[in-house]
Design a protein around this ligand. Structure first.
Ligand SMILES: C[C@H](O)CC(=O)SCCNC(=O)CCNC(=O)[C@H](O)C(C)(C)COP(=O)(O)OP(=O)(O)OC[C@H]1O[C@@H](n2cnc3c(N)ncnc32)[C@H](O)[C@@H]1OP(=O)(O)O
Length: 729
């Protein structure tokens, strides 16, 4: 153990002869190398001592363990400035957990309250029985980090919970609650928290006295299907994994490792797991997903705001203006987290449809079995409709979600100032309009903030919180807290046209339009981008959001960034012919009754017309671009804009842009987000390619920004901290 150990375990031996070993490593009792070494020492002592008959393992303060210490992965991967001290192959999994703990002549029982994740659950599964509270959650979420369980989980979970359920738990990374764990046989009993330790102690002694079964889960076989059947289940899981995540290898590795244990025996499985775990730990996928894990937790750490010691005020009631798609989605998200909400509309008809949308959103959860009818009624009862501002006198927060019209928004904010109490937060869900402009007719600039949700608002995980130079830190802290309560990942950004997400991604569609006008095939572009891992390509996305929205937001960029906006008339030409996207069943694709998108040969005539208006010709090189080139020509302009956003201080950290791209645009998390991905190419390469295209095609659109040019000249990652950013925050 180092001089400054990171966590420990303690051991207390009671008069009953039971040694209780407690994992102590706040905040989640993770298994650092120090904890593991202390656990091993305690075990060896307990097994050696004559006064110890049995052992109970538990975690401090209502948390069993959040798993292996993820912060140690960087060191094991050999990152700069970190100590690399990986245990020797098989040491923890085989030597300590299997051959010392599980094989011991003294029984162990895991006493589980709260989380038992990853390595935490694996330690619990090595024990000869598991007792939990009703509050416990058990899972193996390693695949969400690009690795597989490494302490025997791939072998023991199928033997305890059955092969199909174990595969489901590992491949989805979703934990189960204690009742389900009990029905699966993963835990042996559920008891109240204040009886957890006493029951576990008694249980351990009863195992010793052979009054309860002494189970070594590694060698259990009763839950495993005969080999042929097991292979069918494994092959089905493989096919599903290939379909759901074609770019990822580690789910297939996980299935292979499980299979090895079933075919060649669990010890062979343990060794294969150990080797595969070590290999995956060094993969790009794991590094990217770890970056996302920490980046996501980093978004709520904002220098000069969250370090001021402010406590979030309690938001008891929220009002929403506008019951359209966005307003009703936001209302759904809020009532789902128990916030009473007033939804205001301009007339009965609109109000009724707004409330109808919230009802439909909730009903869809009931249909999917995710919500009971009783909960549905209770949740919907939190929503009240309004046609005037009378009910706004005691609201703590208003979120305006009306159409993107500056003068309308200005009028609304002036009204809000009159009707809402002085402490009330005045938020706008605008996706592009400058907040200073929206608040121009008020004196309340310190409580004006952007709460930019993404559609559908009750589903999409990102909340872009936009602050102006005058927004008070208290209001930011309050909105961060609301964001957490409604289970969104908040990213705090500065005020500018399009903020961070829409601004970074405006070149996405534009680059695709530029290519199409010069001969690249629409559907090949969408295919290449989807293959890369985006949920859909730029054209399918345009169809989904609708051409009306695409043109309205596009025009904001034309006005604000004319020198680098690619002006194509393709979308407007199609719109003139009443092709406006999925809602009109025709856009870049045609949609059948089941809303399936099919390519449309008629598209050529619009492309030709747009090409003539733009005065460009088909470029033979662009007409047969490789997928790799398509990817670079579409995404490097996005990287370029992300660099501008970062250099202007719109985002505090480059990792915030990574999270914004993943959560707001569906950028594949296993590629680490836009800036992290860009750094895998290096600034020099990206800059030289943009420069080349800038000379060949559209000067302004591709021109590398000064930040990129500077980084390319000096070398070094695009995401390294800014020394002299003119922060707008
Ligand atoms: C060999 C083994 O098979 C390999 C493994 O075990 S890999 C690890 C498997 N475990 C996991 O994947 C769990 C990851 N953690 C989580 O999902 C969530 O943090 C949690 C559900 C445990 C808790 O969630 P929540 O209460 O919302 O708190 P959250 O903000 O996420 O985490 C609190 C802090 O604990 C840290 N933390 C969480 N899990 C950790 C872990 N396993 N190791 C180290 N730190 C961890 C977070 O980074 C965060 O730190 P911060 O306060 O400095 O930002």
């Amino acid at each position: 153990m180092g001089s400054n150990p990171k966590g420990r375990t303690t051991m207390e031996v009671g008069a009953d002869g039971v040694a209780v070993i407690t994992i102590i490593n706040p905040p989640v009792n993770s298994l650092s190398l120090d904890v593991l070494s202390s656990l091993e020492d305690n075990y060896r002592e307990a097994l050696h001592r004559d006064d110890v008959k049995a052992i109970v393992v538990t975690g401090e303060k209502g948390k069993f363990s959040g798993g292996f210490d993820i912060t140690a992965f960087g060191g094991i991967q050999g990152g700069k400035g970190r100590s690399a001290r990986a245990p020797k192959p098989g040491y923890v999994s085989v030597e300590v957990l299997t051959d010392t703990v599980e094989a011991a002549k003294k029984p162990s029982v895991a006493a589980i309250d709260g989380m038992a994740y990853g390595g935490g659950l694996e330690v619990a599964m090595v024990c000869h029985a598991r007792i939990s509270t009703a509050n416990a959650q058990l899972g193996l979420p390693e695949l969400s980090l690009g690795i597989i369980p490494g302490f025997g989980g791939t072998q023991r979970l199928p033997r305890l919970a059955g092969l199909s359920k174990a595969l489901e738990m590992m491949l989805t990374s979703k934990p189960v609650r204690s009742e389900e764990a009990l029905s699966l046989g993963l835990v042996d009993a559920i008891v109240p928290a204040d009886e957890l330790l006493s029951t576990a102690r008694r249980w351990a002694l009863e195992i010793l006295e052979r009054r309860k079964p002494w189970v070594a889960s590694l060698y259990k076989t009763d839950k495993l299907e005969p080999l042929g059947e097991a292979k069918e289940i494994l092959n089905f899981a493989r096919a599903q994994a290939r379909k759901q995540a074609p770019n990822l290898k580690h789910p297939l590795v996980c299935i292979d490792v499980v299979e090895e244990g079933i075919v060649s025996g669990p010890r062979a499985g343990l060794w294969k797991e150990d080797t595969a775990f070590q290999g995956l730990l060094h993969s790009d996928t794991c590094k990217s997903l770890l970056h996302i894990f920490f980046g996501q937790r980093g978004t709520t750490k904002i220098p000069g705001i969250t370090d001021l010691g402010l406590t979030p005020r309690r938001i008891k009631k929220v009002a929403i203006l506008g019951g359209g798609l966005m307003g009703s989605g936001i209302a759904t998200a809020l009532v789902l987290s128990n916030y009473p909400v007033i939804l205001k509309e301009v007339n009965e008809k609109f109000l009724e449809s707004g409330i109808g949308r919230v009802r439909a959103n909730l009903q869809s959860s009931v249909k999917k079995g995710k919500m009971t009818q009783e909960k549905f009624e209770k949740t919907l009862s939190l929503l009240k409709g309004a046609l005037d501002y009378e009910g706004f006198r005691d609201v703590d927060m208003v979120i305006e979600a009306v159409i993107e019209n500056v003068s309308l928004k200005q009028q609304i904010f002036a009204d809000l100032e009159r009707y809402c109490p002085p402490h009330c937060i005045l938020a706008s869900n605008t996706s592009t309009i400058d907040l200073n402009l929206i608040g121009e007719k008020t004196e309340s600039h310190d409580r004006i903030i952007g709460a930019h949700f993404f559609s559908p608002a009750h589903v999409m995980p990102l909340l872009e919180i936009v602050r102006t130079q005058r927004t008070s830190p208290q209001v930011i802290v309050d909105l961060l807290d609301v964001g957490k309560k409604i289970k969104k990942t908040p990213v705090v950004v500065g005020n500018c046209t399009g903020f961070a997400v829409n601004r970074m991604f405006f070149p996405y569609t534009q680059a695709a339009l530029l290519l199409v006008e010069r001969g690249t095939n629409v559907y090949q572009i969408d295919k290449a981008i989807t293959k890369f891992g985006m949920p859909m390509g730029p054209f399918r996305l345009c169809d989904l959001v609708g051409f009306g929205v695409a043109v309205a937001t596009g025009s904001q960029f034309v006005v604000n960034f004319p020198e680098r906006t690619y002006k194509s008339l393709l979308i407007s030409l199609m719109q003139e012919d009443k092709r406006a996207g999925e809602t009109t069943r025709k856009g870049f694709y045609v949609y059948d009754d089941k809303r399936k998108a099919n390519p449309d040969p008629e598209l050529t005539k619009y492309i030709e017309k747009a090409r003539n208006i733009s005065g460009v010709a088909i470029d033979p090189k662009l007409a047969k671009l490789s997928d790799k080139d398509i990817l670079e020509m579409v995404f490097f302009p996005v990287v370029n804009e992300a660099c501008r956003v970062y250099a202007e201080g719109i985002a505090v950290k480059a990792s915030d842009l990574d999270i914004a791209s993943v959560m707001g645009m569906g950028f594949p998390p296993y590629r680490g987000g836009i800036m992290f991905w860009a750094d895998s190419f290096g600034s020099k390469y990206i800059c030289s390619r943009l420069d080349e295209w800038s000379k060949m095609y559209d000067g302004g659109f591709f021109k590398p920004c000064s930040y990129l040019v500077e980084r390319a000249a000096k070398g070094g990652p695009l995401s390294s901290p800014l020394e002299q950013a003119k922060s707008r925050l």
